[in-house]
Design a protein around this ligand. Sequence first.
Ligand code: GLU
Length: 279
Amino acid sequence: MKLRKVTVFAATALVLSLTATACGGDNKDSGSSSSGGGKIKVGIKYDQPGLGLKEPNGSFSGFDVDVATYVAKQLGYKPNQIEFVETKSADRENALARGDVKFIAATYSITDERKQKVDFAGPYLLAHQDLLVKANSDISKATDLNGKKLCSVTGSTSAQNIHDTIAPKANLREYSGYSECIAGLQSGAVDAVTTDDSILAGFAAQDKYKGQFKLAGLKLSNENYGIGVKKGDTATVNKINSALEKMVSDGSWQKAVDKNFGPANYKNEQAPKIGVIVK
Ligand code: GLU
């Protein structure tokens, strides 16, 4: 009796899975098929102007969005087949492990620790950790942070680096996104915000903050942005690496840089070589 039940269940599951395949469904496997009308789910940030931003009208903008769109195209997906999903700093490894997204382009630094859990294509940008302070602040170097209220984001290399080396004596608050840190800087709840210069420049250039903040310009670390994929998905890593190489060689990378970093006056490093990490 028990056995029968199992068999019926298995048969039902088989039919269901065949149906899902026939429809090109993107339920669990977030878009490995590049044929037909399937969708691909891509993880980005929603609150980082110039990198990954969800606009009030529901559209998406930023360098990571443009890189992700180019890569998805090379994998066989048109822009209208991409579903952008928010992957906050602390959620990225789990989102990939669960298969919520096919890949992540979200200011995601390649680190040895993260490589235990996910694989990376790239790098496709080199950024550096920096500080953002009020325009009239006298904080200008890491040691000025001792005892000061500093904001960063849970699950980021920025928070980790502060604890480990840059300013262990700072009073670090970890929020879930950088936009919350920036609001705290404006209100005076915190004295400084720390993360990649690429991200901080994007916030500082926003109309609502113009003239209020300044970057310290410290280059406190090297942040090699990679595209995260599920651990073991070497085929996707290889395809994304080819796409990134093409994006640089056909001029699309530079175009995306000019479009997204130009308005923030962010002076980025030149395009990294695929597979070469700057320590
Ligand atoms: N690039 C750093 C990281 O991967 C900081 C930016 C972020 O939190 O996304 O942790």
